[in-house]
Design a protein around this ligand. Structure first.
Ligand SMILES: [Zn+2]
Length: 396
């Protein structure tokens, strides 16, 4: 496989073993998740070098990714807008609020970043088929990038996932398996499928080392777009937690390289009907306890049993961030308010981050001079029906 110069292999997050990129996607010794690792001393990147590159794709950060841009399976994902929201800043009583609009990615969600890297790896390894369980967006992205790479994709999707994402898996030529029940049922079906098909290659979060690796680039972009000033708070809608784990790694890398001095406070935003990370954070635990009966309109983040919860909780604590959950009706109201006052379209699940920031402001988390970034992980277009039904419930 063709890898970048500083890439040093895949490190097990549990036992610390480092393994070759051509081997298993999970630790051969203990079964733990693997994480791409780099020789940071060998990376010579400064602010001027990055600023001199066109802002055209996440692959402009190729030194901090495992594979070179020339080998990437890419549709120029990333390089999304960071939009000032002055009305929101005034309402929340902080200096500045910006929305990182990752809904502008090619398939309408931030998952394009990780699937670009994961499909690059799969393609280079000569895989013929990729598979995952997904609440929807990740499956749509997998189908798109697999199609581009000439691979078959197999997505296991809970029946409740949005019509649009399921339709687009089909449109991209993916094999879609709708599983009755919720996300955990889809994961079970995916694991059975994987066991039955030796040739299938996983692009499931934290089964592949590369989904969160691609997600790092959102954070790089935010900091560069703010001219290397680190925001005080970044709120991520949080289900499996790929975005947050990637953001934490990215922030520590920028500090390691001397590009910034501080880490941003990272916040996990969830829906009250399924908030295992918030519950664990508030209780001071190092890992989550599964939610027995998850129930939220935010299907993309309805993850009752997030596999990387200890890494998520570490990210929140080590950055001085936090965790916040809000009710579905407040989340939908936040999406509508952002649409009506800022002109931006957030799907229900990412609106949990907007709603969460509102809640943090009401709790007095901010002093007034902060810069706060809300990550919009998916376009409102994907679930316009859900947003509109909220209006109708309000009698509009
Ligand atoms: Zn291990």
């Amino acid at each position: 496989m063709k890898t970048t110069d500083a890439f040093a292999g895949l490190e097990c997050v549990d036992c610390g073993g480092v393994f070759d990129v051509d081997g298993s996607q999970q630790c051969p010794d203990c079964g733990g998740a693997l994480d791409p690792t780099y020789d940071y001393d060998a990376i010579d990147l400064d602010r001027d070098t990055l600023e001199s590159r066109p802002f055209d794709s996440q692959w402009r950060y190729e030194e901090l990714l495992p594979f070179p841009r020339e080998s990437a399976v890419t549709t120029n994902e990333g390089a999304t807008a960071l939009v000032d929201c002055p009305d929101l800043a005034a309402e929340l009583g902080v200096e500045r609020v910006l929305i990182k609009d990752d809904g502008r990615n090619p398939t309408g969600s931030t998952t394009d970043r990780g699937q670009s890297v994961a499909l690059t790896a799969a393609s280079q390894r000569g895989a013929t088929d990729v598979a995952l369980a997904t609440t929807g967006n990740g499956g749509q992205a997998a189908a798109a990038y697999a199609g581009r790479a000439g691979l078959e994709s197999h997505a296991y999707v809970p029946s409740r996932s949005s019509f649009t994402t399921k339709a687009m898996v089909n449109v991209h030529g993916g094999d879609m398996n709708v599983v009755g029940g919720r996300y955990d049922d889809a994961v079970g079906a995916y694991e059975e499928g994987l066991a039955e098909h030796e040739s299938w290659h996983s692009v499931h979060p934290f089964h592949t080392p590369y989904r969160h690796e691609g997600a790092k680039t959102t954070l790089y972009e935010i900091v560069e777009q703010l001219e290397w000033s680190v925001p005080d708070a970044i709120a991520y809608p949080t289900g499996v937690g790929v975005g947050l784990v990637g953001a934490y790694k990215a922030a520590t890398e920028l500090r390691e390289l001397g590009l910034v001095d501080e880490l941003p406070g990272l916040y996990a935003a969830q829906a009250e009907g399924c908030a295992p990370i918030v519950e664990a954070f508030d209780a001071g635990r190092d890992a989550h306890e599964p939610v027995e009966t998850p129930d939220t309109i935010c299907g993309e983040i309805e993850i009752a049993n997030p596999p990387a919860s200890s890494r998520l909780l570490e990210a929140l604590r080590e950055t001085g961030g936090g965790a916040v959950a809000t009710e579905d009706r407040d989340i939908l109201a936040a999406a509508v308010q952002v649409a009506q006052h800022e002109g931006l379209e957030m799907a229900p699940s990412p609106a949990a981050a907007a709603s969460g920031v509102w809640e943090l402001a009401e709790r007095g988390e901010f002093d007034g001079d902060e810069t706060v970034v809300i990550v919009n992980t998916a376009s409102g277009n994907k679930e316009g029906d859900v947003l509109r039904s909220h209006l109708m419930s309000q009698g509009v």
